[in-house]
Design a protein around this ligand. Structure first.
Ligand SMILES: [Zn+2]
Ligand SMILES: [Zn+2]
Length: 357
């Protein structure tokens, strides 16, 4: 990993050169896709691009690190403060409903949208649904959609090997290295000033005007995500206190819980859990994260069969994300859904025992 970082840093060009290179690459990619038979060439060009680089100046990257630290620290302390607040001050059922609904919308925006749809193409969707999923996922405040997808595609390309942006095994396998690695995989990697090369990992999304627009509206969508709960709280209760408690639970606590849940998939689910299916990495199934992660903690199956729309494939494995995709399919909002087949799952099992119901 360390050599990867140093080699990737070498080709980072200056601002103007970078913009020119980007524009050139964008034009080249568009022209290539217009010509029949050029797909293979375009893929080769994408693969030759560096894994990551520092966009803009190092100072800008440092400022972004500080902002990121605030976004992580403030909601985290909000959660710590939540317990005495709930006991001494009261937590209304309005707040619970608002926080639950916002968690479900932004969380499934990540799992149905950013992850299973945009990253892995587990199903196809009409354009309005495609845009709606990009917006819903952005409300989780986990970064712009194209950046999220690029990081995650890179994670699968190099999972638990050199080049993986967030492997807990980065520093070694002994207890001390793993502790350091878990921190890196959970939060630390977000502070890497290098960013995954989007032209290499998400040229399809960069070529999509609507998705580019959503990705570029990340800051506005962050504001919407934080301000919607207090607005609903105010309108529902008719008091400023209602707005304040809705902001606390529906914005701060909800965002923090969702962040740590998503990050747990990168850290905990790559360090522990059962591994009934054959995968090239250390991804495990962690049952106690299944409900809160909306089915994403069945991570061993996911790495064994990344394009499958369902991750919880064994008896009793809850996967609300798969359930939502199933409902979307019934409503014709999702088509060509890649449901895992019994034959493929059985073939992927480490032991010969059938896995499916
Ligand atoms: Zn994935
Ligand atoms: Zn993973």
């Amino acid at each position: 990993m360390t050599t990867d970082a140093s080699t990737a840093r070498t080709p980072a060009p200056a601002n103007a050169t970078l913009d020119a290179a980007r524009a050139k690459a964008g034009t080249a990619a568009a022209a290539a896709s217009a010509r029949a038979g050029s797909a293979a060439r375009a893929a080769r060009t994408a693969a030759s691009k560096p894994l990551a680089y520092v966009p803009g100046t190092v100072t800008q990257a440092r400022i972004e690190q500080v902002l990121l630290a605030l976004f992580i620290a403030i909601p985290f302390f909000a959660v710590v403060a939540a317990v005495p607040v709930a006991w001494g001050w009261g937590l209304g059922w309005h707040d619970v409903v608002i926080a639950f609904v916002m968690y479900a919308i932004s969380g499934h925006g990540i799992t149905v949208g950013f992850h299973r749809y945009f990253t892995h193409g587990s199903f196809k969707a009409p354009r309005p649904v495609r845009v709606a999923l990009a917006v819903a996922g952005s409300l989780a405040i986990e970064g712009p959609v194209i950046r999220w997808v690029s990081d995650h595609r890179r994670h699968h390309a190099f999972s638990d090997k050199e080049g993986d942006p967030h492997s807990p095994w980065r520093y070694g396998t002994d207890a001390k290295s793993l502790t350091k690695g878990l921190w890196h995989a959970h939060i630390g990697w977000l502070f890497d000033i290098e960013q995954t090369n989007q032209e290499r990992f998400a040229p399809d999304l960069l070529a999509d005007r609507d998705i580019m627009r959503v990705s570029n509206s990340f800051r506005s969508l962050t504001a919407v995500s934080l301000l919607l709960p207090p607005l609903v709280g105010f309108l529902w209760s008719g008091t400023w206190e209602g707005a304040l408690t809705a902001f606390f639970w529906g914005s701060l606590v909800r965002v923090s819980l969702l962040h740590h849940t998503t990050w747990s998939i990168n850290s905990i689910c790559h360090a522990m859990g059962e591994r009934p299916f054959k995968s090239r990495d250390r991804a495990g199934n962690v049952w106690w994260l299944a409900v809160i992660s909306m089915g994403e903690s069945w991570h061993n199956l996911h790495h064994a069969e990344p394009t499958a729309a369902r991750h919880g494939v064994m008896r009793g494995q809850l996967d609300s994300t798969a359930r939502i995709i199933w409902v979307m399919e019934k409503l014709h909002l999702a088509t060509e859904v890649r449901w895992p087949t019994r034959e493929r799952l059985d073939a992927k099992l480490v032991t010969a025992k059938p896995a499916t119901e």
